[in-house]
Structures are given as structure tokens and as C-alpha cells.
Ligand binder design. Sequence first.
Ligand code: SAH
Ligand code: SF4
Length: 362
Amino acid sequence: MSGAGPSGFPVTRYDHDRTSLEALMGDQPSYRIDQLWHGLYGDLSDPTEITTLPSSLRDRLAESLPAGLAEETRSVGDGGETVKWLWRLTDGALVETVLMHHGERSTVCVSTQSGCAMGCGFCATGQMGFDRHLTTGEIVEQVVRAQREAGERRVSNVVFMGMGEPLANYERTWGAVERIHGALGLSARHLTISTVGLVPGILRLAGEQLPVTLAVSLHAANDDLRDELVPINRRWPLAELADACRRHIDATGRRLSLEWALIHETNDRPEDALRFASYARSLGAHINLIPLNPTPDWPTRGSPRQRVADFADELRAHGANVTVRRTRGTEIDAACGQLRADRLNIPVAAQDRRQAVTTLPD
Ligand code: SAH
Ligand code: SF4
């Protein structure tokens, strides 16, 4: 078991940077640090498997560098092309990760929090409430474990679209972005942060050195409807959100993505398409449409297939750039918005620890 760090969060294998690993290694020569770093990030090895290190040192490191994730369940769908894990963290909290292969590309969808405090009613993670933030190491290790699984098929993209709101856990998420870029070698444009629209976080992202791709989950292009679907809209409504997105686009040169889960007779009407197209066009954004996936506590269904196609055509007719996203992993509940750790009937320490959250996390 890992000890808790000064902040009360666990400190596990991938939470260390080079400096803290050096401190941990004591008086070892610097080439040992290089060997350890290469073992962890180049070969994706467990410390006990890094055979360039002497065995006494490996034993010591196995204790001082515990894994952050223990596999609770692993489910395979789409004929082996989608893999979902439920991980138990060292303090009992639960999170999910999804690996999706599509042709040449392999994408890992990582969680940044156990649960989520944002309260979007149609989202399974939102329905389970907020448990805790993930540490940088716990986020990075999800990519490492997925890459180990992928083997020869290199992970090409990481999307921060699993459980949680990445910009509500800004520092740790950004620490993971830097590590995934710098140590695991993924290019910044292949890293996508998806947000429900936390304006201060978007502005902060705009000021970062690494130009990651930004995806905003819009779901409604008028404030009344968005206030209902996505409660955080009451704090940062659509016009303010657009200003922040513009700042990110100007600062990074990256094209913005707008996500829209199509909900039957709720946000799939012709007037929704008209408003949405105009919002997207004003930002030069790309639209990703996805029919709403079913979740336990939300009564409304996703739009029927034909309505999804027609909505896409209507958006295009209004000059917008649109992709209809293929849903992956529905049979193993690995699709967007379906991640919910408490669905499984496991006696979970985290379930006792979960509190009703009435305020937003910092
Ligand atoms: N909190 C962030 C990232 C995680 S959610 C965000 O909201 O953007 C990942 C994506 O799944 C978001 O676009 C979210 O709107 C979408 N989503 C949530 N519930 C869904 C559902 N039931 N069906 C389809 N997409 C859903
Ligand atoms: Fe949280 Fe995103 Fe789900 Fe909303 S959609 S509850 S922000 S994970």
C-alpha cells in the first residue's frame, strides 16, 4: 500500500517526477535513475521487471513505488476492439478506463475523477456523485496499463473523456498531460481534454505551452435548455463559454470540437440544429454528434438513427462541419456517459466514503 502524500492523496508509481525519484533512490548513481525512468516509461515495466537494476534495488523500489491501479474487472467488447477496465485505487475508490482500437489508431479514454460533481442528469458518472479527484500518477497509469494491453498497436490518442470533469481537477490533469506528452511521447494535438464548460479552466488551458485539443460538451445552444441539461451553464452561460473557447482557439491554433448527445425530442429539433450550427460556425468548430446512450436514472432516450442522420444533414445545410460518432462498447457499458463504478454490486469502501456533494470541488 502506498502512503498518503501531504495533501492526503495516495502517492503511487507514476506520481513521481525525476526529481522525486532521485530523492527516493538516495545515493544511487544517476544512470540508475535513467534506467528506472526508461523502465517505467519506455518499457512500461513493473519495477520488479527492470532487470537492468540490481535485484536488491528492485525489491526496495517495488515497495516504495506501488502501483496505483488494481484491476477489479476487465470487459471486452466490439470483437476485441474495445476493452474497459474497472480499477480499484489504493484507498478503495473506483474508476474506469476504456481502450478503443479503430484501424491504425488506438485511443485511451481516461478518467480524471472518481465520480463527478457536475450533475448532468443524463450521464451515468454524474448520477453516481463525486467521490474524489485522481492524482497525476493515477491518470498516467491508466495510459500505461492500456498501452501494455495494446502491445504492438501503439496508443496514438488520449481523450480525457472518462469519469469526471478534467478542468475541475486542473493541476493533476495538466500534470498528466505533461507526463503523457513528455515521458510517454504522445503529441499534444493527439491529447483531447473534454469539458462541460468550466470557463476559468478553459482560459487557463489557453495560457499553457502545450496546445492540446479542446472538446466542449455543449448539448444545447440556448441557455434555458442548457441550464437544465448541464447545470454548470447557470454559472457560465453560452456567450461567456464562446468567449473562452475563442481565447483557446486564438492562443493554440487548435480547432475546437463541440460534443452533442442527441436526446429524443429534447435537443434534436430543427430549431436546435439552426442555433447549434450558428454557434459552431462562429467558432469555426467541428461538431461531434452522438445519440444519447442509455443510463440508469435518465428517462429520455437517444434520438432514433434516422433523426441523428437528418439532424447531421440539417447542421451541414446550415454550413457546419459534422461527424456522427460511432458508439463503441455499448454492450459492456463502455460508451460515452455510461461509466459508473457503483453499478457493480461490489462491496466498495469507496461507497461508504462517498459524500453528497453540494458544492463544486476546487
Ligand atoms: N466531464 C467531461 C468529460 C467526461 S464526459 C465532459 O462532460 O465533457 C465525456 C462525454 O460523454 C461528454 O461529451 C459528455 O457530455 C458525454 N456524455 C455524458 N453522458 C452521455 C450519455 N448518456 N450519452 C452520450 N454521451 C454522454
Ligand atoms: Fe460530469 Fe461530464 Fe458526466 Fe457532466 S457529462 S456529469 S461533467 S462526467
